[in-house]
Ligand binder design. Structure first.
Ligand code: PLZ
Length: 453
């Protein structure tokens, strides 16, 4: 083990050349990280939290290095963003070239090639071979806001249905669409009107097959909202923040079919599930559905802020000229990064890598489940896998155990994230650039943390 002082002489460069190892040279947080956390407490609004008590100085492959010289295994990808790996060389080169050329003109003022190229790429790689168009934005929440605007304009209707356990963002409209009150909504109302919530298919907890679960949701929508008033339903094909809930087979296709028959726009929020995360380019492909509109962000640009709405041309074109936009939407640096990232997704074996990661993670978690009844459910696809922790006697969610396992794992240099409406899910979202050795070592640490909790 090198000493903290050795590693601190200069800041390491990120990217895949960073030593791919878990290395603890101080306790977590070390003194330099603690110094930053103290400044954060003084300078940054208390509402902005953090999961790992570290000061990140470099990241790449499957690790994040902190200011004390610790190297942590990254099983979170900054919430499913750095899917191709942090500081990916192709993204770094594309960003460096673009930033030297021009940083901003505003696409609405003086358009440029990369925005149009990203739109063309999205129209090509998103599900369905119908005519499509795209519009670019900065964040996932902004994409969701715009998808709802577009669906309302197209249909001339106002109501929007979201689902139990859904997460769509933190802006006013997207808070209304998001299911969970604490921490996302509590005290931040009033919320946008004309938002309704339908029951989700949650096989581990509702025991319903997809057809029955869809019937229940559609009945609620017809009785409580009415198709005549409904502009859109929005759903994550696999709930992210809500607990990596994979709906039963048939649930999503039945919803899509009902939308088609009732002039309702079906919006798939693939902000967390998109771009190879689930072992398909989009999770909609897993379920054989073709959404009318799809929202994307996160993995799209290798860590640069970019988001999009892509969908049927006739829907996307419903807005009057000048009705959609924003100062920064489709920023040229983010677009250059996205073109590089999409090249990696399409040509560098990312779908296969996500499926290999699924085999490793599911194998490890299913072994844990077989040995420990507190692991109630193991689920997910690709590099989006979760374990739900319960009280074995009652099946009740065990958020206390979940938090303890996550905290102990992070203290041992493995960054894991929790999620779930009941706070009882640990989710694994590693970058696809992680090695199998690091994955296994990360899972060894999580298993030890569970055994000790
Ligand atoms: N839709 C499906 O997963 C972002 C939220 C983290 P933004 N999820 C991470 C947090 O606590 O704020 C997300 C998502 C889905 C929309 C969003 C919102 O994307 O880029 O965070 O606005």
């Amino acid at each position: 083990m090198s000493s903290a002082a050795d590693t601190l002489t200069e800041t390491p460069l990120g990217g895949p050349t960073l030593p791919q190892e878990r290395r603890l040279v101080t306790s977590i947080p070390g003194p330099r990280s603690q110094e930053l956390l103290d400044r954060k407490a003084d300078a940054v609004a208390a509402g902005v939290g953090h999961t790992a008590p570290v000061q990140a100085v470099a990241a790449g492959g499957g690790v994040i290095v902190d200011a004390d010289g610790n190297s942590l295994i990254d099983l979170g990808s900054g919430i499913a963003v750095t899917t191709i790996g942090n500081a990916h060389p192709k993204v770094v080169a594309a960003v460096q070239a673009q930033v030297a050329q021009f940083t901003h003109t505003c696409f609405m003022i003086a358009p440029y090639d990369s925005y149009v190229s990203v739109a063309e790429a999205l129209n090509r790689i998103t599900p369905g071979d119908h005519a499509k168009k795209s519009a670019l934005f900065n964040s996932g929440a902004e994409a969701v806001e715009n998808a709802v605007k577009i669906a309302r304009k197209y249909t001339g209707k106002q109501a929007v249905v979201a689902f139990d356990h859904g997460y769509h963002g933190r802006t006013n409209l997207t808070m209304a669409l998001t299911a969970k009150s604490m921490p996302y909504k509590s005290g931040f109302g009033p919320f946008a009107s004309e938002i309704y919530r339908a029951p989700l298919s949650y096989p581990y907890r509702d025991g319903l097959d997809g057809g029955l679960a869809a019937k229940k949701a559609i009945s609620m929508i017809e009785k409580q909202v009415g198709a005549d008033n409904l502009a859109a339903i929005i759903i994550e094909p696999i709930q992210g923040e809500g607990g990596f809930i994979v709906p039963a087979d048939g649930f999503l296709p039945a919803l899509v079919e009902w939308c088609r028959a009732n002039d309702v726009v079906f919006i798939a929020d693939e902000i967390q599930t998109g771009f190879a995360r689930t072992g398909e380019m989009f999770a909609s492909d897993l379920f054989g559905i073709v959404p009318d509109l799809i929202t994307t962000a996160k993995g799209i640009a290798g860590g640069l802020p970019l988001a999009a709405v892509t969908g049927r041309s006739e829907i996307m074109d419903a807005s009057h000229a000048g009705g959609l936009g924003g100062t920064y939407g489709g920023n040229p640096i983010a677009c250059a990064a996205a073109l590089a990232a999409i090249d990696v997704f399409e040509n560098d074996g990312m779908l296969e890598r996500a499926r290999e990661i699924e085999a490793v993670l599911k194998g490890r978690l299913e072994d844990l489940q077989a040995a420990d009844p507190r692991v109630g459910d193991v689920r997910g696809h690709g590099a989006m896998i979760a374990a739900e922790f319960v009280d074995p006697a009652t099946g009740e969610p065990d958020a206390v155990l979940t938090a303890a396992v996550a905290k102990a794992s992070i203290a041992q240099g493995v960054i894991v994230l929790t999620c779930g409406t009941y706070g009882n899910v640990i989710r694994f979202l590693p970058p696809l650039s992680i090695t199998d050795d690091l994955l296994h070592e990360g899972m060894d640490v999580v298993a030890a943390a569970l055994a000790a909790s």
